[in-house]
Design a protein around this ligand. Structure first.
Ligand code: SAM
Length: 233
């Protein structure tokens, strides 16, 4: 099914030239990889335009969230903020400073408490157990071995009875602008489902979105519940 608009949705593309005008104020992001720079640029523009709507994956995941939530690759933090509004205790992590700065500002404005952390996620250690761990649009930005390791860390850090909500780009995606060359992994269509075969699958779907330059983005999204008694997770 093709959904969305032809503007790079669900992650809109910043206007050409905007980045150059802003380059001087990029500090941490300047040292980050191409993917983080790409999104940092977008979040700066989105914050300026006030574009804070949840994307379709975030909308799908939000009703499943409860308790302690880890949002890996939180971006602008729209889902983190809504989850906190719904009563979750949220820990939001990303390396795009513009998104994190704006999230902190918005959380303060509406007096919601969120733990917002700057971190390079390639070798991130998840030190605690969570009721829900979300990684929407993150794991494909790492080489395969790193992506699979982080996916396994997510599985390990979800409490028994808790949820993992994962969304990735999959094979067939031809929009590659946002990737660091040779530093990404397009998952196979069934990869996520296969890796959570021992969990209860609550949602599982693929989507196709048109992207700039006659390209496409193909996504797989999975929401799965960890068994209460699975000692091997
Ligand atoms: C497609 S956006 C998704 C953002 C948000 N989850 C959403 O659904 O709107 C990908 C996010 O992953 C973050 N990201 C990519 N590579 C990263 C890395 N190596 N370390 C930390 N964050 C990274 C980007 O900064 C960006 O916020």
């Amino acid at each position: 099914m093709i959904v969305g608009r032809d503007d790079g949705y669900p992650w809109p593309v910043a206007k050409a030239g905007y980045g150059a005008a802003r380059a001087v104020v990029r500090t941490n992001a300047t040292m980050a990889n191409r993917s983080v720079r790409f999104f940092d640029e977008q979040f700066r523009a989105q914050a300026r335009w006030g574009r804070y709507a949840l994307n379709p994956f975030e909308m799908m995941v939000l009703p499943h969230l409860s308790g302690r939530v880890l949002d890996l690759g939180c971006g602008l933090g729209n889902l983190s903020l809504e989850a906190a509004r719904a009563g979750c205790k949220v820990h939001a992590v990303d390396a795009a400073t513009a998104g994190l700065r704006d999230l902190r500002k918005r959380a303060k404005e509406v007096r919601l408490e969120l733990n917002v952390e700057f971190a390079e996620l390639a070798h991130y250690r998840i030190d605690e157990q969570y009721d829900c761990i979300v990684a929407i649009g993150l794991l494909m930005f790492f080489p395969r071995s790193v992506a699979i390791k982080l996916l396994q860390a997510i599985r390990n850090a979800v409490k028994p009875g808790g949820l993992a909500a994962i969304n990735v780009l999959i094979e067939g995606t031809t929009y590659l602008e946002m990737f660091e060359p040779d530093h990404y992994y397009l998952f196979g269509e069934q990869d996520l489902a296969n890796r959570f075969v021992d969990w209860e699958i609550l949602e599982s779907k693929t989507d196709l979105f048109p992207a700039p330059g006659d390209t496409v983005k193909r996504f797989a999204t999975l929401v799965a519940r960890k068994p209460w008694n699975n000692l091997h997770c």
